[in-house]
Design a binder for this molecule. Structure first.
Ligand code: PLP
Length: 460
């Protein structure tokens, strides 16, 4: 048998030309997003004031299996894609596992993460519609950076509401967004009505993605010819991120591999949803049966301790309602260092698949995750983002189980980004200052108390 190379890059010609819409193969569809006033399924017209028209259409599309990637988007993708599949030879050796570990590395672009895969089409569709700009939230700063890069390319304005604790932990993230012309405001802020309200109720808050989303939506709907764009959770974002999974499957096929286990970190679910899309499709169709594992922080455990309920996607309750695993839109997670995973909810697509038993979820505390990140960095020479390190920890644990059982399984995980802007976090970990935080049941109950009291939530 020929030796599998350390890394495999598909050629530009082999890069997929269409996104894959996982919903089109799901036997049971996720419950529809509801208008928060009428409690009826939202229509494109309901979404039009918030989202670009094309994106609203993609949001509601559960029939088309493949959607063409527009030519200008493909051209930008080609500047940094296809991304490599890497065989973690050194990690395997260090763990002493018979498992074969592969990772799909999405940190090889200037913005530093997979988020650019959705930022580019979202900016493109905004430009196509003749808008002047977009507004958004950012947690860790990765999404905000990716969107600033995409908006600079298409000459659009970009207003970013950045979760306050990340804004303070990562000053260079702000500087980078500024380089690409974005304006960055720490959230909650006094610049929006909803921000002022959140601050009045909770003056010391370090913010959350839910708060930042509320502010960004308000800024879009009151900002004239602007729309709001979101970096995760939504169906359209998972659609764009399917390029990760499509490339992975193609590359592994060339290596004669099919993963027994696919592992990804889960914040709002976009990288995981994209990575698993074609493998999950095989599983749903009964062609293959890979295990699919979501990894989340113990401090923000939407899958592992959340409720499957209709909830607002934001803290200010200005968005439509989505049925998802949620900790309640009022839940404010501890300011841990995996900022991009601090979201109270989870993609409705992944929530439905998890609820129906197609995937599993685990959670880890942040010191465990950083231990794995440092181990990985030393052996694979890549400094991972703290969010991505959750997937590393999950994959390492699966590989260690193989060591115990002697099984030669093939494990694929998503390495979503670089940790170059997370040096404060690494310093904290290395100096022993990092602490863990696991919410008590009483803490979680406070969040659940914020769930909307609607008939659809009666039996949760
Ligand atoms: C590097 C990185 N990975 C993962 C995530 C989690 O997001 P999602 O679950 O949407 O992939 C983020 C979010 O900011 C991130 O920055």
């Amino acid at each position: 048998m020929t030796k599998i190379p350390h890394k495999l890059y598909l050629t530009e010609d082999q890069m997929p030309q269409k996104w894959f819409n996982l919903r089109s193969v799901m036997k049971d569809q996720p419950d529809p997003m509801l208008h928060s006033g009428t409690l009826q399924p939202v229509t494109e017209a309901d979404l039009a004031p918030i989202f670009c028209a094309e994106l609203a259409q993609q949001e509601l599309d559960c029939t088309h299996e493949f959607i063409d990637i527009p030519e200008p988007v493909l051209d930008i993708y080609k500047m940094y894609r296809p991304s490599p599949i890497i065989r973690a030879y050194d990690l395997e050796k260090a763990l002493g596992t018979p498992a074969r570990i592969y990772y799909k590395y999405e940190g090889n672009n200037t913005s530093g993460s997979h988020k650019l895969n959705s930022a580019v089409p979202q900016a493109y569709y905004a430009k196509q519609q003749g808008l002047s700009g977009v507004t958004t939230e950012t947690g860790a700063g990765q999404w905000g950076t990716a969107l600033s890069v995409a908006c600079a390319y298409f000459n659009l304005s970009c207003d970013v509401y950045m979760v306050k604790c990340s804004y303070e932990q990562k000053p260079f993230r702000k500087a980078m967004m500024n380089v690409f012309g974005a304006s960055v405001v720490p959230s909650p802020s006094m610049t929006t009505e909803v921000g002022r309200k959140i601050l009045a109720e909770n003056p010391g808050t370090t913010g959350s993605l839910g708060c930042a989303i509320s502010e960004a939506v308000e800024a879009a709907v009151t900002g004239g010819d602007k729309r709001y764009v979101l970096g995760s959770v939504l169906n359209q974002v998972l659609l764009h991120q399917s390029i990760i999974g499509l490339e992975s499957k193609l590359a592994l096929e060339q290596l004669g591999e099919y993963p027994d286990i696919v592992v990804g970190c889960a914040g709002g679910g976009s990288n995981l949803g994209g990575l698993i899309a074609p493998f999950m499709a095989d599983k749903i169709r009964g062609v293959k049966n890979p295990r699919i594992v979501a990894v989340e922080p113990a401090s923000c455990p939407s899958f592992t301790r959340g409720k499957y309920a209709y909830d607002f996607c934001d803290t200010g309750k200005v968005t439509p309602l989505a049925r998802m695993y949620t900790l309640g839109s009022g839940f404010i997670p501890a300011p841990n260092h995996a900022g991009g995973l601090r979201y109270h909810g989870m993609s409705p697509i992944l929530s439905k698949l998890y609820h129906d038993g197609y995937m599993e979820a685990v959670s880890y505390q942040q010191t465990q995750v950083f231990e794995a990140a440092v181990f990985f960095a030393k052996h694979e020479t890549i400094l991972p983002a703290p969010e991505s390190a959750h997937a590393i920890k999950g994959a390492m644990d699966e590989a260690l189980k193989c060591k115990e059982t002697g099984e030669e399984k093939s494990i694929l995980f998503g390495l979503t980004g670089t940790g170059f802007f997370d040096m404060t976090a690494y310093e904290n970990y290395l100096s022993g200052k990092m602490t863990d935080y696991v919410p008590t049941d009483a803490d979680l109950q406070k969040g659940f108390d914020s769930l909307p009291d609607i008939p659809q939530n009666k039996n949760i």
